[in-house]
Design a binder for this molecule. Structure first.
Ligand code: GLU
Length: 289
C-alpha cells in the first residue's frame, strides 16, 4: 500500500520550529513506509491562495530551508494559486447539490447582526472564519439572490451546514491518535468556501488538493483537528477519497506557548545563521526520528 504524505506551508513568513516538526514528521512517515517495503511518497504543497499575504521570496526561502533540513520532495510542487479551476469545479458541484449559497454580507454587517442577537454565538473552534455567521444570506429569496448577482454585487460562497449534513448523513474519519471521530462541523457555522477576493478558501482547497494529489495520510498540527470535520463533510459531498489523519502535538516554547511566524528567533534561517545544524534544529523542534 502506498503512503503519500504532504507538508503544506503558506508562504506568508519564514518557517519556524513548528513547521520543521510538521515537515520532518510527514517526511518520516513516507520514509518509514519505504523502509517497510511499501511505496512511500512525500509531497510539498504551497498554499498560496491568500494573495495579499503570500510572497514569492517566502516560498523560495521555504524550499531552501526544507532542503537545508535534509528533506526532499516530489516535483512539481503544487501551488494552489495555479489551480483555481479545480476549486471552481468543486464549487459548481456543491452548487448543483444545493449546499452552498452566495453571501453578500460585509464583515461589518455580520458583526452588527451578531451584536443585535440576544445570545452571542460562540466562535468556531478553528477560528478560521471569524465569528459564527448568523445566516442572513441563507434566508434570501432565490430571486433576490439572482438579482444581486446580476447587479454585480460581490459575494462569498458559504456552505449551508445543516443542508450539507442532511445530504451526507453521519460521516466519520480516523486519526492515529484520536481514533474514529464523528464529523460534526456545526461549530463552524456556515463556513466560507470561496471568499469575495479569491474564489476558494483554505477548507475547500486543502480538501480538493489532498484528493487530487493522492494523499493517503494527512499529518498536521492538532490545532487543525476541528477543521478535519469540515474537510470530511466536503469529501462526502464531492465524492472524494478520505485519507487517514495524524494530528500531532504543536511545538511549544519553554512556557508552553506555541511558536508563531512572528517569533523570528526560532525561524530556521535564524537558527541556521546562529550556527545550528539541521540535526540540532530537529532536536530543538522535539522531533525524534
Ligand atoms: N497551510 C496550512 C498552514 O500553513 C496547513 C494546512 C494543512 O496542513 O492542512 O498552516
Amino acid at each position: 500500500m502506498a503512503v503519500v504524505t504532504r507538508f503544506a506551508p503558506s508562504p506568508t513568513g519564514h518557517l519556524h520550529l513548528g513547521h520543521a516538526y510538521a515537515a520532518l514528521f510527514a517526511h518520516a512517515r513516507a520514509a518509514e513506509a519505504r523502509r517497510s517495503g511499501a511505496n512511500g511518497r512525500f509531497i510539498l504543497r504551497i498554499e498560496d491562495i491568500d494573495r495579499g499575504r503570500c510572497r514569492p521570496e517566502f516560498e523560495a526561502a521555504i524550499l531552501e530551508d526544507l532542503a537545508w533540513l535534509g528533506l526532499s520532495w516530489e516535483e512539481p510542487v503544487r501551488r494552489q494559486a495555479e489551480h483555481m479551476d479545480d476549486y471552481a469545479k468543486a464549487l459548481s458541484r456543491l452548487e448543483a447539490a444545493g449546499v452552498i449559497y452566495p453571501c453578500f454580507c460585509t464583515r461589518k454587517a455580520i458583526e452588527a447582526e451578531i451584536a443585535a442577537a440576544s445570545h452571542a454565538p460562540h466562535a468556531p473552534p478553528g477560528g478560521a472564519d471569524g465569528s459564527f455567521y448568523p445566516g442572513t444570506c441563507r434566508r434570501l429569496h432565490a430571486d433576490e439572490r439572482a438579482r444581486r448577482v446580476r447587479a454585480g454585487e460581490r459575494y462569498a460562497l458559504r456552505l449551508d451546514i445543516e443542508q450539507a449534513l442532511a445530504t451526507t448523513g453521519p460521516v466519520t474519519w480516523s486519526d492515529a491518535v484520536a481514533g474514529t471521530v464523528g464529523a460534526d462541523p456545526r461549530a463552524f457555522g456556515d463556513i466560507v468556501l470561496a471568499r469575495k477576493d479569491v474564489m476558494t478558501s483554505y477548507h475547500l482547497a486543502v480538501t480538493v488538493d489532498d484528493h487530487l494529489q493522492g494523499v493517503t495520510l494527512v499529518t498536521r498540527g492538532k490545532d487543525l483537528l476541528p477543521s478535519t470535520d469540515v474537510h470530511r463533510v466536503l469529501q462526502a459531498l464531492l465524492g472524494l477519497r478520505t485519507p487517514s489523519y495524524h494530528h500531532h502535538p504543536l511545538v511549544t516554547d519553554a512556557s508552553g506557548k506555541r511558536f508563531a511566524k512572528r517569533d523570528s528567533s526560532v525561524t530556521l534561517r535564524a537558527l541556521r545563521a546562529a550556527g545550528r545544524t539541521p540535526a540540532e534544529v530537529a532536536a530543538l523542534a522535539g522531533f525524534a526520528p
